[in-house]
Write a protein that binds this ligand. Sequence first.
Ligand code: ADP
Length: 598
Amino acid sequence: MKNKKEKVPFRQAVKNNIFILNLAFKSDRLMVIMRLVMGFFTGLNHGASLFFTKEILNSLDMGRSVEHIMVLILLMGLYTLVYELFFAWYYKLLNPTHKLNFIRLIHKSFFVKASDIDLACYDTPEFYNDFIYSMQNCDKSIVNTIDQLGDLVRSLIASGSVFAVVLTVDPVIAVVILGVSVLDMIIRLIQNGVYYKYNIETNEIWRKTWYVEKFFSLADYAKEIRLTDVSKNVINEYDKAIEQQKRAAISMNIKARILTIAATLLNTALTLFILIFMAKGLFEGSVLIGGFTVAITASWKLKGLVYDIQSKFVEMGKDSLFADKVRRFMETETQIKSGERELLEVESLEFKNVYFAYDDKYVLENVSFYIKKGERIAFVGYNGAGKTTTTKLIMRLYDVSKGQILINGIDIKEYKLESLREKIGAVFQDYKVFAASVAENVLGDVYTEDKENVVLSALEDSTFGQRLSQLKEGIHTELTREFYDNGTNLSGGENQKIAIARVFAHDNQMLIMDEPSSALDPIAEYNLNVGIDKNARDKTVIFITHRLSTTRHVNRIYMFENGTIIESGSHDQLIQKGGKYAEMFELQAEKYRAKKES
Ligand code: ADP
């Protein structure tokens, strides 16, 4: 199978590079400007050194005064000194710290973007790949793009300044040198193409010969080699591969040599032309020795510089593959837009004929319910029924596909996102503990001493109190070993308690608890229920649970199946009804009885 290479069209490549430049410019204007200024001066240096050489030699040729020549030499020395000092200051002092600072800023802008994008983006593999790639490579690659651009400026200015100096010697010579430099560049490009083609062809051959070497050296094949004639075939293939390689190498060498000869002839012709043309000028007195020297030097310099320009374009084209990913990531628009209204109190929550699809298939269909402030609700149902998705819609982690969600009778899209989300405390099924202290994990914020009681009380109610007393540094204990080697790793149940404490520590009005006791033992579960009662006295609580110890005590149960609510009512009502809930309850009770009897 042929390797499909990712390619970005030229116009897109230019756009991508401009995008990166703009991104870099917004992050650290000075760093970008300085890099380009540096490119300009290093470029100019090529022309300047030629210019001084020409002037000094010409002055000698014309028999100018020693003073005049000394002034020129001093000027040249001064220029070189200033240039070298500037160069050293930039590359040794300014640039390294600038780059570090720049990388930090770029990373931060990526973090901000990553916290802002829709959760739905994580469900799209293509986006997710770009996101991970951008995150991991943004610093190196953006710096690289800026460096390439700086180098391009250098090569352009260098070529321009060298060309300008030769123009002052003789315009015809200047144009001829430039023309030959472009031809030389074209020859080199063709030659690169020949080498590239050879590499592609021989890759396949290398694979074959590598297989043959493996075949004869690995024990796995030893038995078959001895029992069958298969090795004849393999040796046959090997011979063919070597023949193929010979042919490819001969063809490549012939083409490459022809091109080298063409380049040598071209350059020799150029040198001869310059020598003859300039020597004639020297004799006739229209050219001085400085001009003669500059023309010869420039003929060599300009070739390299013109080639540099094209190779910078090639590099920038390659970089633009990366830039394309970053641009796609940074330009991803959030679909979940904040409303304008402030949400002060959650008096009621209503789902009105809500439909939702992650991709093209509805996972929620026509879901409707009404919950009043202070009610305890349980969502029950088998895995995949749509319970967690329903709670994600309440928090606007996703928006409904059809229908409406209302809080206090108003569409939740009208509320400010921040004010909606801060009213809701959620313990997710896949709760996360962060690389931070216990206190910071509970607060979800920076710890200050005045918050100590809030943290302690939340941890006590989430039944973490006993474990906390074993931690030497108490609420200042660092969790996980991501940042600190001596950080503490908690068990699954203990992490869940921290996640629950996080909800208790905040002044929210609605709690969503997705299997809050899934990792807890029965005693901790009992104590947690006491803790929830204490913390959620006037709050609306939605439990997603399979535990009947919880569903027995809630105001209302919604039984989900295949994305719809099939039953609702209190535990007693649903048991009496004898439907799916009763069936599930009976199954669980049976399991419990069987466990007790065994
Ligand atoms: P429950 O909480 O009842 O177990 P969920 O709400 O988690 O169910 O899932 C409902 C359906 O949505 C399931 O079929 C699940 O596979 C699907 N689903 C959940 N999350 C995603 C997602 N991010 N992308 C695509 N499908 C998803």
